[in-house]
Design a protein around this ligand. Structure first.
Ligand code: LGS
Length: 493
């Protein structure tokens, strides 16, 4: 199955250090596609332009700038609101098949839930869609990449059951105005970050600290909101638009620390708490059983009068189950997992404690940048095989994968190495493991605002100097590498 091919690249550009290379590589299957990803708050800037409403990240950072490592914010970011044509030019240069980006809810409905739609917001995204279309780039659009209108957060945000209706209304507007331009819709990006980091440990907006309690309420509402938006698409838009729709779930890989049965079990429990928490309801129905059991048991022992994990009714289980067209995965890193000895119940009320295992990264693993995650390419392959074994032979699309550095160097060999190694393990999983991966999305096309790491963590294939008011985009070596992978449809050695 693995095709070894030798491709002689045409010398299109004398300055291109990859041109003239005779390369060997493994071919991607026919029909495999490549894209790049961004998110509204990380690139757009123009935080209050043209009537845009404030969203939780604006509020979170303006209130306390020290929440971000370098005290930067996304007020201007890569200024894509004004420079989206430059972004498209970069994508054209790389030759991507599609662009994954998100729509800012508060640009479309400034106060979140009124019926007043902002014509300026619609205009901005329509211009972007037209520019992409003119350049032959397909679109994968995220409805929600963490930027909840602050007006809705004031009403309880993801903890208010009404969010299911608010989100459906917003989705309806997006499907209606942009449906003709969108090839793939993804409803919600990384529910774990929204709920665990936003309403559990509070490190991300809106900064609610309620581990093991509010974060589960959030998770239930995120799943119901996703399902509501998916069903609306399925019933009213799918046939006419011919597009697809799913949810993006992030997951690290969790590897047992030893060969012992206890560690194997511990790793599986952790996988269920991280990926299964969102994937099980969507792909199989209801929370994973181990979550239901652990949280109920620990809640009782901790003196709660009911499980901290709010139940889905039978009707809700049916409503959420099956709301996908394929499995969308964001993946970056790996952890080792060991069983905890002699733990009947944890004193601490938290999602981590509910899983009841120890997860850690090895010091010997390579780190890309200070404070950043470890690079563990083999974990990607193992995760892909596990997804197939767990959820069946479902089409998988990689919606994010990439690596940071602090300097934004144009000679980003480490990023090339990361892409190469991760994609190599992905190909192994596809060819040896029969995993049906059909697309790969690199994060990101340009340097942008990396949440609480601000501009300290740069993940772009194009450098953006955040002190230059013109924000020129400058190609890094990784953009040329990725361009050659795409044009040859081969993983270059
Ligand atoms: O930019 C985000 C990327 C970068 O790394 C994107 O918005 C998210 O969807 C996604 O979560 N992303 C991401 N994930 C890996 C997180 C590693 C964080 C390590 C922080 C150590 C302090």
């Amino acid at each position: 199955f693995v095709l070894l091919v030798v491709v002689a690249l045409s010398a299109a550009d004398g300055d291109d250090e990859f041109a003239n290379y005779t390369i060997t590589g493994r071919r991607f299957p026919d029909g495999f596609t490549f894209g790049v990803a961004t998110a509204a708050y990380q690139i757009e800037g123009a935080w209050d332009a043209d009537g845009k409403g404030e969203q939780v990240w604006d509020t979170f950072i303006h209130e306390r700038p020290e929440r971000v490592d370098d005290r930067s914010n996304g007020d201007v970011a890569s200024d894509s609101y004004h420079r989206y044509e430059d972004d498209v030019r970069c994508m054209k240069e790389v030759g991507v098949d599609y662009y994954r980006f998100s729509i800012a809810w508060s640009r479309i409905i400034p106060d979140g839930d009124s019926e007043t739609v902002s014509s300026k917001g619609i205009e901005y995204y329509t211009k972007l869609f037209k520019e992409l279309k003119a350049n032959g780039i397909k679109t994968m659009v995220t409805l929600y990449h963490w930027d909840l209108p602050t007006a809705l957060e004031k009403k309880g945000g993801w903890l208010n059951p009404k969010i299911v209706e608010w989100f459906q209304m917003y989705a309806l507007i997006c499907y209606t105005f942009f449906g003709e331009y969108v090839d793939v819709w993804v409803t919600i990006n990384e529910p774990k970050q929204i709920c665990h980091t936003g309403y559990g440990n509070g490190a991300y907006a809106p900064g609610v600290v309620s581990p093991g309690v509010a974060e589960y309420v959030c998770a239930r509402h995120v799943l119901l909101a996703h399902a509501g938006a998916w069903h609306m698409f399925d019933e009213q838009f799918r046939e006419r638009l011919g597009s697809r729709n799913t949810i993006v779930i992030d997951s690290d890989w969790y590897e047992p620390a030893t060969d012992s049965e206890a560690d194997a079990e511990a790793a599986e429990v952790k996988r269920q708490f991280v990926h299964g928490m969102y994937a099980h309801p969507v792909f199989k129905g209801d929370w994973p059983q181990v979550m239901i059991d652990n949280v109920a048991k620990f809640s009782r022992l901790q003196g709660f009068n009911a499980s901290r994990l709010p139940a889905f009714s039978e009707e809700e289980v049916r409503f959420v189950k099956g709301t996908y067209d394929f499995l969308a995965l964001n993946h970056y890193t790996t952890y080792m997992v060991a069983a905890k000895e002699g733990l009947d119940f944890p004193a601490e009320v938290s999602w981590d404690a509910d899983a009841g295992v120890d997860a850690y990264q090895k010091d010997t693993w390579q780190t890309a940048a200070v404070g950043w995650f470890k690079i563990v390419p083999w974990g990607f392959g193992k995760l892909l095989r596990w997804l197939k074994a767990t959820y069946g032979d479902i089409e998988i699309v990689i919606t994010e994968n990439g690596v940071s550095d602090r300097t934004g160097t144009l000679r980003d060999q480490h990023r090339i190495d990361y892409f190469k190694a991760y994609m190599s393990h992905m190909l192994d999983a596809m060819y040896d493991g029969g995993v049906n991966v059909t697309a790969y999305t690199a994060w990101s096309i340009i340097d942008n605002f990396e949440w609480t790491q601000g501009f300290n963590a740069k993940l772009g294939m194009y450098y953006v100097n955040m002190s230059d008011p013109l924000r020129p985009r400058i190609a890094k070596d990784s953009s040329k590498y990725f361009a050659n992978v795409i044009s040859t449809r081969c993983l270059l050695d």
